[in-house]
Design a protein around this ligand. Structure first.
Ligand code: SF4
Ligand code: SF4
Length: 277
């Protein structure tokens, strides 16, 4: 039986992510968002408004998550939260942050949020007291704060591209394409990583890994999204990836030269991948 179905005209899902910046102040190895190897970029709030209006026709996610990179680095962060809250795509608007910029999550921002997940990495610039003070401030606005200790990272990046059978097995064993749905530039993606490889590589054929939202016939788009979510075939992105089920290692920060090498390595893989297979 299919995992995803249409109920009252929309597909219920767990969460929808909006990645509002590509950059971050940290450089974690195996960052799921490829942030350390991407250029500085932030989304225009009007693009978010348009994408949310489109996806609202098709999906009913339990959470709308504002993520990055480090999302609080967006120069119009509060405006993005206003757009997210006003979209009514989901009853819960959530922020995922590394907690390095609690001062940017002002009271005006907290009024627009329901939930904040702080990923607590070994590399951090705040104390436990800062965390507690933030949680206290959040409580005044009924915002739930979830502290997620992340001292281990999933080693997702493949050294060598996989073959079709391996990519398929990886995709089918991976939980990320059920939890990390996202929208960007008019496309819906079941996996967060595709949009980043698309941003990194000039090979924009990674678009085949997503569904274009601005099509004339909404019934067709709804069907395409449902089939896409229920697929068993791997994404092109999966050829570069070991999936959410890969082994864990201690979190480390990349040096500037390691960042450069990693960027060149992944770029080479993007060029090597045969996107028509
Ligand atoms: S803090 Fe998060 S977004 Fe930033 S580099 Fe680390 S894993 Fe990536
Ligand atoms: S295996 Fe595929 S679906 Fe899973 S995280 Fe990697 S690219 Fe995404």
């Amino acid at each position: 039986m299919d995992r995803y179905y249409v109920k009252e005209g929309k597909i219920p899902t767990r969460a929808l992510e909006v990645h509002i910046v590509d950059h971050c102040n940290l450089r974690c190895d195996h960052c799921c968002s490829f942030s350390p190897i991407l250029k500085k970029w932030e989304v225009d709030p009007e693009d978010v408004r348009r994408d949310l209006a489109e996806i609202k026709k098709y999906l009913q996610p339990s959470f709308l998550k504002i993520v990055g990179g480090e999302p609080t680095l967006h120069s119009r962060f509060r405006e993005i939260l206003e757009v997210a809250k006003g979209s009514e795509v989901s009853p819960v608007v959530s922020l995922t942050t590394n907690g390095n910029f609690f001062d940017r999550v002002t009271d005006d921002c907290l009024k627009l949020l329901d939930w904040v997940t702080v990923s607590v990495y070994p590399t951090k610039n705040y104390t436990n007291k800062d965390l507690k003070d933030f949680a206290k401030r959040a409580k005044q606005f009924d915002v739930t704060v979830n502290w997620k200790v992340q001292d281990k990272f999933v080693n997702m990046n493949r050294e060598k591209l996989s073959c079709y059978d391996e990519a398929k097995e990886t995709f089918q064993g991976c939980w990320i394409h059920h939890r990390c749905h996202s929208i960007r530039h008019g496309y819906f993606y079941c996996c967060t990583r595709t949009q980043y490889l698309k941003a990194l590589s000039s090979n924009d054929e990674f678009g085949v890994d997503g569904i274009e939202l601005r099509q004339e016939d909404e019934t067709v788009v709804l069907g395409q999204i449902k089939d896409y979510l229920n697929r068993s075939e791997p994404l092109k992105t999966c050829y570069l990836c070991k999936g959410g089920q890969a082994e864990l290692s201690t979190q480390v920060q990349l040096t500037p030269s390691e960042k450069k090498e990693e960027r060149e390595r992944v770029l080479r893989q993007c060029e090597e991948i045969n996107l028509s297979k």
